[in-house]
Design a protein around this ligand. Sequence first.
Ligand SMILES: Cc1ncc(C[n+]2csc(CCOP(=O)(O)OP(=O)(O)O)c2C)c(N)n1
Ligand SMILES: [Mg+2]
Length: 477
Amino acid sequence: MGFYLSKSRTVMHNLKPKLGSLGVMFHQSSGIASFYHHQESQSGLIKNLGAGSCNRPTLFTIWRSEHFKAEKQLDCKQNCGGPQVLNFPGGNVKFTSELDFLPEGLEERVHCYRILDENGQLTSSNFVQISDELAVRMYTYMAMLQTMDTIFYEAQRQGRISFYVTAIGEEAINIASAAALQLDDPVFPQYRESGVLLWRGFTLQEFANQCFGNKNDNCKGRQMPAHYGSVKHNYFTVASTVATQVPHAVGAAYSLKMDRINACSITYFGDGGTSTGDFHAALNFAAVMEAPVIFFCRNNGWAISTPVGDQFRSDGIVVRGQAYGVHSIRVDGNDALAIYSAVRAARQMAITEQRPVLIEALTYRGGHHTTSDDSTRYRSAEEIEWWRVAQCPVSRFRKWLEKEGWWNSDAETELRASLRKQVLHAIQVAEQVEKPPVADIFTDVYDAPPSNLHEQETTLVEAIEKHPKEYPPNFSC
Ligand SMILES: Cc1ncc(C[n+]2csc(CCOP(=O)(O)OP(=O)(O)O)c2C)c(N)n1
Ligand SMILES: [Mg+2]
């Protein structure tokens, strides 16, 4: 902990001048941090903890002590603060005789950190430099995600798969954030972040197998298409019950903290996800427990057909972080360089300072919500077109690569042709592979399956035998 604290002060010192003007909201040291500092200087206790292996009971004792300290502060509020000041947990509060209500928001909306403008032109040098190799790799994966989405979407329209969800318009969010993380950082996705898994090495064939639910699908055909998950890639399985993954990420982060693992968890969610109770509980829990988690909100303007204006009246999501005592930043979600820098800084802060960070990326859901939706029923074609063309994150990044001399039209033609071939091949292969055995439906939950499951299995087998034409070919136990 002594390590975290000394690092914390250094990181804050370095980051403040860099990011302070960019809409990052820095907060005073929390009461818990000051208490640790106090304890550290008094007894060296925290230093000893940091040096040795994890000592859970002692750590819990420290947290309990903090609560006692808060209660003590409350007890002495009459005496300790003096007439003009209330010494309240978290810091002194000044008294005023003005009957002033806080306004509903800041006079000006929180600024949005951006490095690349729409023409792929650098607007500042205040970003984490990336090599030509990494930049080209990021662009290749953004193009791969675009190609996968386009072709898989068409495959659903052709009736070859039953469902699909694209990340169109959010390619920079997917790939640039993934590039700024490490494999050790567990990912808790919503459902529009397949690019993060792609970046981590899940192959096009594995994506196709999952969408076709064939016997090579690592989810054994039990999940809806596009509900990927992979232990190998530290990517928790998608659950489309909105925002349920957010508290899970906090729990995982807290576990990383307890085990002193040099990593943070990250959870992605949409603007709609922030309208759930889970989001608020998770943010508060992470702040209080100082969990190393990155909350990555993809504010894409819509929660299916509900625009953000009908969801909340706050200045987006970024201000909610501040309300919970969490460092927060607003980023241009269509600017890969800005996202990469913000996630790199957030990761460093989360790990070295052992605290949560919130990122709100402003973007636009370029496609329909899913293949079950027709977004032209509730938003104009012009609006969609403007975002898809003028704000496209992939072409913006490409323009920058070209200006740097790292990309050209020949490379582009070759890449696009190759990607199309690879995705089509993956689909053709996946389509030929038989479905997993029906018996798989009944395994992997119970060590000893209960009798009602056995009964259901018998009933299903009988139904298949009686009505074979009602089931796909090769669909047998
Ligand atoms: C708990 C819960 N409530 C409602 C739904 C229905 N639903 C599915 S997606 C969605 C919108 C989510 O919007 P957002 O979080 O902004 O993500 P986006 O689809 O825009 O990426 C809703 C309401 C759900 N799946 N789970
Ligand atoms: Mg949304």
